[in-house]
Design a binder for this molecule. Structure first.
Ligand code: GBH
Length: 505
């Protein structure tokens, strides 16, 4: 018996006799759903088997291995393409209500187009979905989590307006093949990330034209999203009875001080990072947020562009995009402090210059193993409240929330992270009346963390990348999450929660 064990038993007994309960029993609504998420390129492997086409992440990681932190790629990763049955066993063991995964476009359509539908790809996702249903786990399906067919990128990818039609063709195949078995669809995961980091940053496909290509990408993503929503409503909704959303990356933007300048800067940051996509879909105004329109139009003029770098929607597009959601997918990990930037128009355009703010994180916020991710549970509650008041209290599915830590099965810091964020979520639901229908932990498994390779681990299950079997082992956090998912409640002070938190000191 070690000291840690004694300490936790002592604390457990001490808390039991303590009348002031620091952690009251908190339960979520009866029909609230708990789940976990993954994404195709991050876990599947099997990058060139059974007829799969090349994706932009295959091309990018092969062509520029040195750009990825550990020079690795998703060729094999967790090998979930071959081990999905094992994954479903873990989901069953976790006791979750749903599994959010994504479909690889080039696994379904190797050429990007519907001239070649890959039977094995269809078979794979049918088997996965059937295996989930056999185990009473609801599939929540993301159509696009960043792995675009390379063929389409060769035509300009998301910067080419025609891609919206090809995305509709792809979506039609998904509705036809899987729609009778899927109740929750997400068109896109985090357009901010794949448009800004992909076309104006360091992610695949490696575009370096921020302030131009990222806005073109965003525009076409919104057009594509509106078209797919319309398609579903016209041709599939009646029969299939599912609902469609889009997942946005919603970090909380807190003013650095209470000054008017900082409050305005924080609001500008919210509008540029999530209003960019939320405003056209969730408001009636039919354009990007006013502050984006104003700042980008003005900077474009000063930079001698003939027209604004931020495109305009046609009136048909406005119609199609407006209200094109049944629920909002919300990814939330962390918080930033915001103050105004220097507010000078730069000669070279960029998203950051257009936004014109400066963001930082506080030194005292607990760290994760990712430079951008600090632990700030209260930011989650504020983010949910901002969405509630700005967009008339939409239905929200939290589609990602999680923390990276160093490898190891004893991960009390992850338990604390989840517990803290779930308490904030509970307040948002019960005290603030935010409409949240479910919570998703990112991720079921350690996986290929894009430009950070396998160096950042978010899994409830650890994956051993040295073993041919890619052995999965449950972390402490898996048993914590199992407890929450099966009881629908957070542990109280007289439960294991105290042990989880306090042995961590
Ligand atoms: C999620 O994005 C993704 O949806 C998911 O695929 C991923 O596995 C998960 O995060 C964990 O990383 O390196 O300083 O340039 C969360 C939003 C946006 C956070 C891009 C990291 C890069 C910051 N991400 N950001 S930096």
């Amino acid at each position: 018996m070690d000291v840690q064990y004694f300490v936790s038993i002592f604390i457990l007994l001490w808390r039991r006799t303590d009348s002031s309960d620091a952690y009251p029993k908190l339960c979520f609504p009866e029909d609230f759903m708990f789940g976990v998420a993954t994404a195709s390129y991050q876990i599947e492997g099997g990058w060139n088997v059974s007829g799969k086409g090349e994706s932009i992440w295959d091309r990018y990681t092969h062509q520029y291995p040195e750009r990825v932190f550990d020079h690795k790629n998703g060729d094999v990763s967790d090998d979930s393409y071959h081990r999905y049955k094992e994954d479903v066993k873990l989901l069953k063991e976790l006791g979750v209500n749903f599994y959010r995964f994504s479909i690889s476009w080039p696994r379904i359509l190797p050429t990007g187009f519907i001239n070649d539908i890959n039977k094995d790809g269809i078979r794979y996702y049918n088997e996965l979905i059937d295996e989930l249903h056999r185990n009473n786990i609801e599939p929540v399906v993301t159509m696009y989590h960043w792995d675009l067919p390379q063929v389409l990128q060769d035509l300009g990818g998301w910067t080419n307006p025609i891609i919206a039609d090809y995305f509709v063709d792809y979506a039609k195949v998904l509705f036809k093949e899987f729609g009778d078995k899927v109740r929750f669809w997400l068109t896109f995961n985090e357009p901010l990330s794949f448009c800004h980091d992909g076309y104006g940053g360091n992610d695949a496909p490696g575009g370096q034209a921020s302030g131009l290509e990222d806005y073109m990408c965003g525009h076409n993503v919104l057009r594509a999203h509106g078209k797919v929503y319309t398609l579903y409503s016209k041709e599939y909704r009646n029969e299939q009875q599912g609902s469609i959303g889009i997942t946005l990356d919603i970090a909380w933007m807190e003013p650095a001080t209470t000054s008017k300048e900082d409050q305005d800067a924080a609001e500008t940051a919210r509008q540029f990072t999530y209003g960019w996509f939320a405003h056209p879909i969730l408001t009636d105004e039919g354009d990007y947020p006013q502050i984006m329109r104003q700042r980008i139009d003005q900077n474009s003029k000063r930079q001698n562009f003939a027209r604004s770098r931020l495109p305009h929607f046609t009136s048909d597009e406005v119609q199609e995009i407006r209200s094109s959601f049944d629920f909002l997918g919300l990814n939330h990990y962390t918080t930033y402090m915001v103050s105004p930037g220097d507010n000078k128009t730069s000669a070279v355009p960029s998203f950051n210059n257009d936004m014109g703010v400066s963001m930082s994180q506080k030194a005292e916020w607990p760290k994760s193993n990712s430079s951008w991710l600090k632990v700030v549970p209260w930011g989650f509650r504020k983010a949910l409240n901002w969405v509630k008041t700005t967009y008339n209290n939409p239905n929200i599915l939290v589609t990602e929330n999680g923390i990276s830590l160093k490898p190891g099965l004893h991960d009390p810091k992850r338990v604390n992270y989840i517990d803290g964020y779930l308490r904030a979520l509970h307040d948002a639901i019960y005290k603030d009346k935010c409409r949240v229908i479910g919570y998703t932990y990112w991720s079921l498994l350690d996986n290929f963390e894009w430009m950070r390779g396998f160096s950042e681990r978010f899994g409830l299950y650890e994956v051993d990348y040295e073993s041919a079997e890619r052995t999965r082992s449950p972390r402490l956090s898996a048993s914590y999450f199992n407890n929450v998912a099966t009881t629908g409640c957070l542990p109280t002070s007289s439960d294991d929660y105290v042990e989880y938190t306090l042995t961590n000191k």
